[in-house]
Write a protein that binds this ligand. Sequence first.
Ligand code: PBG
Length: 340
Amino acid sequence: MRTPSYSASPPPFPATRLRRLRRTAWSRALVAESRLAPTDLVQPFFVLDGHGRREPVASLPGVERLSIDLLIPQVERCARLGIPMVALFPCTPAERKTLDGREAWNPENLVCRAIRTLVREVPEVGIMGDVALDPYTTTGQDGIVENGVILNDETIEALVRQALCLAEAGCQVVAPSDMMDGRVGAIRKALDAAGFGQTIILAYAAKYASAFYGPFREAVGSAAALGKADKKTYQMDPANALEALREVALDIAEGADMVMVKPGLPYLDVIARVKEAFQMPTLAYHVSGEYAMVKAAAERGWLDGPACMMECLLAFKRAGADAIVSYAALEVAEALARQR
Ligand code: PBG
């Protein structure tokens, strides 16, 4: 979206007819301003402990929690379709959750085992690991809680341990999704000091306190822990866009390699402004609730599911996103492969 450096006025109707270029499929393809390719997509997976286990997620039709052995063929599918990266979210057994979330930096935890396996089995696909304590805390909060307050600086120390643990397991992209102030800088410093100078930081820079995360929390099992509590003291207020630019500016200054806006579709204005303002690699997270809405309507025959999903993901590209994390990544990549 650049302002033209010249101005030219096309002649008025009837000499100008914008429908001329829309008349045929080939001319529409020729002048399309945005395109969606499998290389724009990131597929998230929910990882289960054990062997040979798969469980559907009720609120995310088409999404299953998978044990590591069953995850391998799915990540191989991503590789074949050209999806460059996957995101892993562990379903931590309840008995491993604590108030401080210490399982997050256990090198033998579920996500670290999954990372080691995938790096060995499907090395051509990048792995993005979430840095936040919510899969591991009994409170379901992303940070350490004391007297009802989510402690910022104490949480950063935990996040640094978690990020180092992920990097040691072979995770190439660590993605702090916790929204503590100052965590990107602390993680960069610790990674560099530990010899992980090549580990990429993808900052969930503008992450909103959104009700659209509902199905995700169900999928990883943090919903019950969280109960009626919310994350409004650290995730952003949906009313704010200028604050998102401040968040992104800080994360870039602290060393983020890529930034993310989350959720996606309700925040396309934020994506467009972030891309325009910073010209950084900018990702968008098409979150669980957004995916669930399309699937639910399609199940009722109210929407054409595949067409709507494709349109949603293309909208992210039009808004300026470089890549999109979406539960629909695999199915959309398959549809794109069929189109060619
Ligand atoms: C955890 C995390 C969340 C999501 C990604 N990482 C949930 C939350 O912040 O409560 C949401 C993803 C989705 O809804 O698809 N920090």
